[in-house]
Design a protein. Structure first.
Length: 271
């Protein structure tokens, strides 16, 4: 299915649409003829994107049960039906490295879990039953990260919750894919966003292959609609890394430890 058929006149929701990848995805959806609702915790940015694209703004916290319910209800009223849901909102930790990340307080873990994983679970709970009952299906797209496939040095909460996001998306696809629900996981490495600029000593590691503009990530997703593939990899090399991690795990871990040593030296971390 090409982008035109998949997106034209479809009702679409994008979370985290105020900046970065979310804003780029929203712009591409609008360009492909979708009718849009955009969400972001940053209310001003959310409204600015909505005004630019002729979309409906629903600012708020899409990670909470109440926030998801409000978003889905408001979007359904505005669009008639939600055909495409891009669960793009996400956060990183405080760019901690080494042992400091292990000592991240429970509050940090909980917030990361709520935004990076449970937001997807709650959105799917709200959407999937209706998609199944009316027989029209739907498209559920998770913006995860290459960290969800490969492990992210420096931030245990980020790596673990992104793995969980990919795992939940895989479960959705395996469980409902034969019933008309298309599920995809976008897994980029470094992208030219505020998150990358604020990543401190991790910036070089995240940009090791190439830091892509958000528009390139959006284009890769649009291209993926030709075959509705599950893994959307803006950095194609991630597929090779993922295969190596699975088939040569000890070698993979040894390489990751070497990268961690280099990161420790760069940050002055000690054992």
């Amino acid at each position: 299915m090409g982008a035109g058929q998949a997106l034209s006149d479809k009702g679409a929701v994008v979370t985290g649409a105020g900046h970065g990848i979310g804003r780029a995805l929203a712009r591409r959806l609008a360009a492909e003829g979708a009718r849009l609702v955009v969400n972001d915790l940053d209310a001003d940015a959310c409204r600015a994107v909505a005004e630019e694209l002729g979309a409906t703004a629903v600012p708020g916290d899409c990670a909470t049960a109440e926030g998801v319910a409000h978003l889905v209800s408001t979007a359904t009223d505005a669009l008639g039906r939600i055909d495409v849901f891009l669960a793009n909102a996400g956060i990183d930790a405080a760019h901690q490295t080494g042992v400091d990340s292990l000592q991240a307080p429970d509050e940090v873990w909980d917030r990361m879990l709520q935004v990076n994983t449970m937001a997807h679970v709650r959105a799917a709970r709200a959407l999937v039953p209706g998609w199944l009952s009316d027989g029209q299906g739907g498209r559920f797209v998770v913006t995860a990260s290459a960290a969800g496939l490969l492990t992210m040095l420096g931030s245990a909460p980020y790596s673990v919750t992104k793995h969980a996001a990919v795992g939940f998306a895989e479960w959705l696809s395996a469980t409902y894919g034969h019933r008309g629900i298309t599920v995809q996981a976008i897994c980029p490495q470094g992208v030219q966003t505020r998150m990358l600029e604020q990543s401190g000593p991790l910036k070089d590691l995240l940009s090791r292959d190439e830091a892509l503009p958000p528009e390139a990530v959006a284009q890769t997703w649009v291209d993926s609609l030709d075959d509705d593939r599950f893994l959307v990899l803006p950095h194609p090399e991630v597929g090779d890394y993922y295969a190596a991690r699975a088939t040569q795990n000890e070698r993979w871990l040894a390489g990751m430890r070497k990268l961690q040593v280099a990161l420790d030296r760069a940050t002055g971390a000690t054992a």
